[in-house]
Design a protein around this ligand. Structure first.
Ligand SMILES: [Zn+2]
Length: 251
Protein backbone atom coordinates (compact mmCIF):
# COMPACT_ATOMS: atom_id res chain seq x y z
CA UNK A 1 0.00 0.00 0.00
CA UNK A 2 1.31 3.44 -0.87
CA UNK A 3 1.45 5.80 2.09
CA UNK A 4 0.20 9.40 1.89
CA UNK A 5 3.77 10.80 1.76
CA UNK A 6 4.75 8.34 -0.90
CA UNK A 7 1.69 9.14 -3.00
CA UNK A 8 2.41 12.88 -2.72
CA UNK A 9 5.99 12.22 -3.80
CA UNK A 10 4.77 10.03 -6.62
CA UNK A 11 2.34 12.74 -7.73
CA UNK A 12 5.09 15.35 -7.57
CA UNK A 13 7.44 13.27 -9.69
CA UNK A 14 4.75 12.39 -12.19
CA UNK A 15 4.01 16.11 -12.58
CA UNK A 16 7.69 16.86 -13.08
CA UNK A 17 7.98 14.06 -15.60
CA UNK A 18 4.98 15.40 -17.53
CA UNK A 19 6.45 18.89 -17.56
CA UNK A 20 9.83 17.64 -18.69
CA UNK A 21 8.60 15.24 -21.34
CA UNK A 22 5.20 16.74 -22.20
CA UNK A 23 6.39 18.35 -25.42
CA UNK A 24 6.02 15.58 -27.95
CA UNK A 25 7.61 15.83 -31.36
CA UNK A 26 6.27 15.08 -34.80
CA UNK A 27 7.56 11.85 -36.27
CA UNK A 28 8.00 12.12 -40.06
CA UNK A 29 8.00 8.86 -42.03
CA UNK A 30 8.55 8.31 -45.74
CA UNK A 31 7.42 4.80 -46.68
CA UNK A 32 9.45 2.98 -49.31
CA UNK A 33 8.15 3.68 -52.83
CA UNK A 34 6.50 0.74 -54.58
CA UNK A 35 7.14 1.81 -58.17
CA UNK A 36 9.24 4.19 -60.24
CA UNK A 37 6.60 6.93 -60.21
CA UNK A 38 6.56 6.92 -56.42
CA UNK A 39 10.37 6.96 -56.38
CA UNK A 40 10.30 10.22 -58.35
CA UNK A 41 7.62 11.69 -56.07
CA UNK A 42 9.65 10.78 -52.99
CA UNK A 43 12.80 12.30 -54.47
CA UNK A 44 10.98 15.57 -55.25
CA UNK A 45 9.43 15.63 -51.79
CA UNK A 46 12.76 15.25 -50.04
CA UNK A 47 14.44 17.75 -52.36
CA UNK A 48 11.75 20.40 -51.70
CA UNK A 49 12.03 19.79 -47.95
CA UNK A 50 8.51 21.19 -47.33
CA UNK A 51 7.38 18.26 -45.18
CA UNK A 52 10.41 18.71 -42.92
CA UNK A 53 9.62 22.45 -42.72
CA UNK A 54 6.07 21.67 -41.57
CA UNK A 55 7.48 19.30 -38.94
CA UNK A 56 10.06 21.87 -37.77
CA UNK A 57 7.39 24.57 -37.47
CA UNK A 58 5.10 22.36 -35.39
CA UNK A 59 7.99 21.21 -33.17
CA UNK A 60 9.10 24.79 -32.66
CA UNK A 61 5.72 26.48 -32.12
CA UNK A 62 3.52 23.88 -30.44
CA UNK A 63 3.69 21.66 -27.38
CA UNK A 64 1.97 18.49 -28.47
CA UNK A 65 0.34 16.42 -25.71
CA UNK A 66 1.16 13.23 -27.60
CA UNK A 67 3.30 12.17 -30.50
CA UNK A 68 1.95 12.94 -33.97
CA UNK A 69 3.04 10.87 -36.96
CA UNK A 70 3.07 12.09 -40.54
CA UNK A 71 3.33 9.19 -42.96
CA UNK A 72 4.03 9.75 -46.64
CA UNK A 73 3.31 6.78 -48.85
CA UNK A 74 0.36 5.66 -46.69
CA UNK A 75 -2.37 3.65 -48.42
CA UNK A 76 -5.30 5.91 -47.46
CA UNK A 77 -5.69 9.63 -47.35
CA UNK A 78 -4.96 12.40 -47.25
CA UNK A 79 -6.50 12.15 -43.81
CA UNK A 80 -5.87 12.32 -40.09
CA UNK A 81 -6.54 9.10 -38.19
CA UNK A 82 -7.18 9.93 -34.52
CA UNK A 83 -6.96 6.25 -33.51
CA UNK A 84 -3.24 6.15 -34.31
CA UNK A 85 -2.62 9.90 -34.17
CA UNK A 86 -1.33 9.85 -37.70
CA UNK A 87 -1.61 12.08 -40.75
CA UNK A 88 -1.58 9.89 -43.83
CA UNK A 89 -0.52 11.13 -47.23
CA UNK A 90 -0.47 8.64 -50.13
CA UNK A 91 2.06 9.06 -52.94
CA UNK A 92 -0.86 8.42 -55.34
CA UNK A 93 -2.58 11.60 -54.12
CA UNK A 94 0.57 13.67 -54.75
CA UNK A 95 0.80 12.13 -58.22
CA UNK A 96 -2.85 12.99 -58.89
CA UNK A 97 -2.31 16.61 -57.82
CA UNK A 98 0.71 16.96 -60.08
CA UNK A 99 -1.18 15.46 -63.02
CA UNK A 100 -3.91 18.06 -62.56
CA UNK A 101 -1.42 20.94 -62.62
CA UNK A 102 0.39 19.48 -65.65
CA UNK A 103 -2.88 18.98 -67.58
CA UNK A 104 -3.97 22.53 -66.74
CA UNK A 105 -0.67 23.82 -68.21
CA UNK A 106 -0.01 25.50 -64.88
CA UNK A 107 3.49 26.59 -65.97
CA UNK A 108 1.77 29.39 -67.91
CA UNK A 109 1.02 31.05 -64.56
CA UNK A 110 4.77 31.28 -63.91
CA UNK A 111 4.66 28.49 -61.32
CA UNK A 112 5.86 25.01 -62.32
CA UNK A 113 3.55 22.02 -61.71
CA UNK A 114 6.18 20.64 -59.30
CA UNK A 115 6.16 23.84 -57.25
CA UNK A 116 2.35 24.07 -57.30
CA UNK A 117 2.14 20.43 -56.19
CA UNK A 118 4.52 21.04 -53.29
CA UNK A 119 2.44 24.09 -52.31
CA UNK A 120 -0.85 22.20 -52.40
CA UNK A 121 0.61 19.29 -50.41
CA UNK A 122 1.93 21.69 -47.79
CA UNK A 123 -1.55 23.23 -47.51
CA UNK A 124 -3.06 19.75 -47.22
CA UNK A 125 -0.58 18.83 -44.47
CA UNK A 126 -1.53 21.91 -42.46
CA UNK A 127 -5.23 21.15 -43.06
CA UNK A 128 -4.78 17.63 -41.64
CA UNK A 129 -2.64 19.05 -38.83
CA UNK A 130 -5.66 21.20 -37.97
CA UNK A 131 -7.82 18.07 -37.49
CA UNK A 132 -5.04 16.57 -35.35
CA UNK A 133 -4.73 19.67 -33.15
CA UNK A 134 -8.50 19.95 -32.67
CA UNK A 135 -8.56 16.35 -31.49
CA UNK A 136 -5.40 16.45 -29.38
CA UNK A 137 -6.19 19.73 -27.60
CA UNK A 138 -9.96 19.13 -27.68
CA UNK A 139 -10.35 22.60 -29.22
CA UNK A 140 -13.86 24.02 -29.43
CA UNK A 141 -15.09 24.24 -33.04
CA UNK A 142 -18.53 25.70 -33.54
CA UNK A 143 -18.82 25.67 -37.31
CA UNK A 144 -17.78 23.29 -40.05
CA UNK A 145 -14.50 21.74 -38.90
CA UNK A 146 -13.38 21.37 -42.52
CA UNK A 147 -13.68 25.13 -43.06
CA UNK A 148 -11.88 25.79 -39.76
CA UNK A 149 -8.88 23.67 -40.69
CA UNK A 150 -8.73 25.21 -44.18
CA UNK A 151 -8.48 28.57 -42.45
CA UNK A 152 -5.73 27.25 -40.14
CA UNK A 153 -3.73 26.10 -43.18
CA UNK A 154 -4.10 29.56 -44.74
CA UNK A 155 -3.12 31.34 -41.52
CA UNK A 156 -0.05 29.19 -40.77
CA UNK A 157 1.26 29.51 -44.32
CA UNK A 158 0.65 33.26 -44.52
CA UNK A 159 1.96 34.11 -41.05
CA UNK A 160 5.04 31.88 -40.91
CA UNK A 161 6.34 31.70 -44.49
CA UNK A 162 7.78 34.43 -46.71
CA UNK A 163 5.92 33.21 -49.78
CA UNK A 164 2.92 31.95 -47.81
CA UNK A 165 0.28 33.75 -49.84
CA UNK A 166 1.70 32.27 -53.05
CA UNK A 167 1.53 28.79 -51.51
CA UNK A 168 -2.12 29.35 -50.58
CA UNK A 169 -2.86 30.58 -54.11
CA UNK A 170 -1.51 27.32 -55.62
CA UNK A 171 -3.64 25.34 -53.15
CA UNK A 172 -6.64 27.50 -54.07
CA UNK A 173 -6.03 26.77 -57.75
CA UNK A 174 -6.10 23.05 -56.97
CA UNK A 175 -9.60 23.49 -55.48
CA UNK A 176 -10.54 25.41 -58.63
CA UNK A 177 -9.23 22.61 -60.86
CA UNK A 178 -11.02 19.98 -58.75
CA UNK A 179 -14.25 21.94 -59.01
CA UNK A 180 -14.08 21.40 -62.78
CA UNK A 181 -14.56 17.64 -62.25
CA UNK A 182 -18.32 18.06 -62.23
CA UNK A 183 -20.84 20.15 -64.04
CA UNK A 184 -23.88 19.08 -62.06
CA UNK A 185 -24.14 18.75 -58.33
CA UNK A 186 -25.80 15.84 -56.62
CA UNK A 187 -27.40 15.86 -53.20
CA UNK A 188 -24.32 14.09 -51.81
CA UNK A 189 -22.19 17.13 -52.70
CA UNK A 190 -24.26 19.30 -50.39
CA UNK A 191 -24.24 16.68 -47.62
CA UNK A 192 -20.45 16.51 -47.76
CA UNK A 193 -18.58 17.61 -44.63
CA UNK A 194 -16.39 19.79 -46.84
CA UNK A 195 -17.58 22.99 -48.46
CA UNK A 196 -17.77 22.74 -52.25
CA UNK A 197 -14.39 22.98 -54.01
CA UNK A 198 -15.43 26.31 -55.54
CA UNK A 199 -16.25 27.68 -52.10
CA UNK A 200 -12.89 26.48 -50.76
CA UNK A 201 -11.24 28.23 -53.73
CA UNK A 202 -12.95 31.57 -53.05
CA UNK A 203 -12.40 31.31 -49.28
CA UNK A 204 -8.67 30.86 -49.85
CA UNK A 205 -8.57 33.85 -52.23
CA UNK A 206 -10.50 35.86 -49.65
CA UNK A 207 -7.90 35.07 -46.98
CA UNK A 208 -4.97 35.89 -49.26
CA UNK A 209 -6.52 39.21 -50.20
CA UNK A 210 -7.59 39.90 -46.61
CA UNK A 211 -4.08 39.24 -45.31
CA UNK A 212 -2.46 41.82 -47.59
CA UNK A 213 -4.96 43.94 -49.56
CA UNK A 214 -2.31 46.24 -51.04
CA UNK A 215 -0.27 43.47 -52.61
CA UNK A 216 -3.21 41.33 -53.70
CA UNK A 217 -5.48 43.94 -55.27
CA UNK A 218 -5.29 41.83 -58.44
CA UNK A 219 -7.64 39.33 -56.77
CA UNK A 220 -10.32 42.04 -56.79
CA UNK A 221 -9.60 42.89 -60.42
CA UNK A 222 -9.69 39.25 -61.58
CA UNK A 223 -12.86 38.25 -59.76
CA UNK A 224 -16.37 39.64 -59.42
CA UNK A 225 -16.04 40.16 -55.68
CA UNK A 226 -18.09 43.08 -54.36
CA UNK A 227 -16.46 45.92 -52.43
CA UNK A 228 -18.39 44.94 -49.31
CA UNK A 229 -17.24 41.32 -49.48
CA UNK A 230 -13.64 42.39 -50.11
CA UNK A 231 -13.78 44.54 -46.98
CA UNK A 232 -15.21 41.60 -45.07
CA UNK A 233 -12.30 39.41 -46.26
CA UNK A 234 -9.92 41.73 -44.42
CA UNK A 235 -11.95 41.38 -41.22
CA UNK A 236 -12.40 37.65 -41.76
CA UNK A 237 -8.68 37.00 -42.16
CA UNK A 238 -7.86 39.17 -39.17
CA UNK A 239 -10.35 37.21 -37.04
CA UNK A 240 -9.13 33.83 -38.34
CA UNK A 241 -5.48 34.58 -37.58
CA UNK A 242 -6.22 36.19 -34.20
CA UNK A 243 -8.42 33.30 -33.10
CA UNK A 244 -6.08 30.54 -34.26
CA UNK A 245 -3.12 32.27 -32.58
CA UNK A 246 -5.17 32.48 -29.38
CA UNK A 247 -6.43 28.88 -29.53
CA UNK A 248 -2.97 27.45 -30.18
CA UNK A 249 -1.10 29.98 -28.04
CA UNK A 250 1.07 30.90 -31.04
CA UNK A 251 3.51 33.79 -31.13
ZN1 LIG B 1 -10.33 17.68 -43.58
Amino acid sequence: MITFTKSVLLLCCLTLATTAYGKYKVNLVFNAPTNQNETIILKNLKQAGDAQEVVDLVNQKLSLPKQLNIVFGAEDGPLYDPEINTIMMPYAFIDEVKTRFVKAKYSETGVTPDQATNDAIMHTLFHELGHALIEMYQLPVVGKEEDAVDSLANVLLIEFYDQGQETVLSAADLFDLESGDREDFEEADFWDEHSLDSQRYYSALCHVYGSDPDNYESILENTDISDDRAELCIQEYEAASRNWFKLLNLK
